[in-house]
Design a protein around this ligand. Sequence first.
Ligand code: PLP
Length: 354
Amino acid sequence: MVTEPNPYGGEVTVDLSAITANWLELCERHQSGHVGAVLKADAYGLGAGPVGKALATATCWNFFVAQLAEGVALRRTLSHGPMIAVLGGFGPGADQGAGLTPVLNTPQDVDAHRTAGTQGAILHVDTGMERLGLNAEQLAQCGDLTGLRLRYVMTHLACADNPVDPMNSAQAARFAAARARLPGVAGSFANSSGIFLGETFGSELARPGCALYGINPTPGRRNPMRQVMRLTVPVLQIRDVAAGTPVGYGATWVAKRDSRVATIAAGYADGYLRHLSGRGIAIAAGREAPIVGRVSMDLITLDVTDVPELRQGDRVELIGPHQTPDQVADLAGTIGYEVLTSLGARYARRYTTA
Ligand SMILES: *Cc1c(COP(=O)(O)O)cnc(C)c1O
């Protein structure tokens, strides 16, 4: 991850105070218990170290990552104290003293950790996702789990972003049944959208990810979260293009009028999806400049005919408050999560706490 300034390349600015504000907002809405933070995939592309530190300073004490290596790296930044749970699980002792909390997803995981005397694991029960976790039958066959001193029993919602989906209440009922088998063990239920589904989806520990990063946890309704990031990219060259001239690979765009075309320093190698060719827009000097022609590996061309003041070296916004990850995702036919987790390794990351 590039952390130095990057005058000739893209820069992602992350507002850590907005992330903290989002976390506090979620705490306010999850009255049944605590709110953790999901920092998998480098905090959805924004930087697990800085995001984790800021949230820990705000007293967030429970973190989730997907993979063991992510947990080991996060432990180095956070030092001892906060829980760091690994959703994908790991074998007994594989965290090499990092003090990570394994999520037990299979009967085999349970047996291995029981035999090794691991303490403080999280048991994942599947209530309808059919991805990871023990189903009801496997849970019934598990026998005595007291030796594991389970920290939590968790499950994951499949359709929480659609409040009227009957899957939600079905999962809530199955989770309640699983919890009845584990008296005294705290629960961990809602993801970001689940927090907005109401009290039935409350638990001792919610596990939001996307909402912390400004993605709308209530699609179709007003976004209750603050925007937290901005991607700006410098203009490398501006050229005048006569009407009738094609631009870029495949000559897919032909200027309809005499035009000004700006070439900026980002492309699909930076995770700016090639599907946004001819669809995406940049914000140049406060105005919309459409992407014209193909998105190439390292370069994108913009029609800036209507932004006469734009100069070589100026920066344009590709994602940010004027064009949120969710909006870019809509144009690209994907979801905000993918837009954020695709943010390239070449972009510099800058952190503000304004
Ligand atoms: C990714 C993930 C979350 C966070 O989901 P969001 O929709 O980003 O809030 C929570 N729990 C599990 C098991 C996950 O995999």
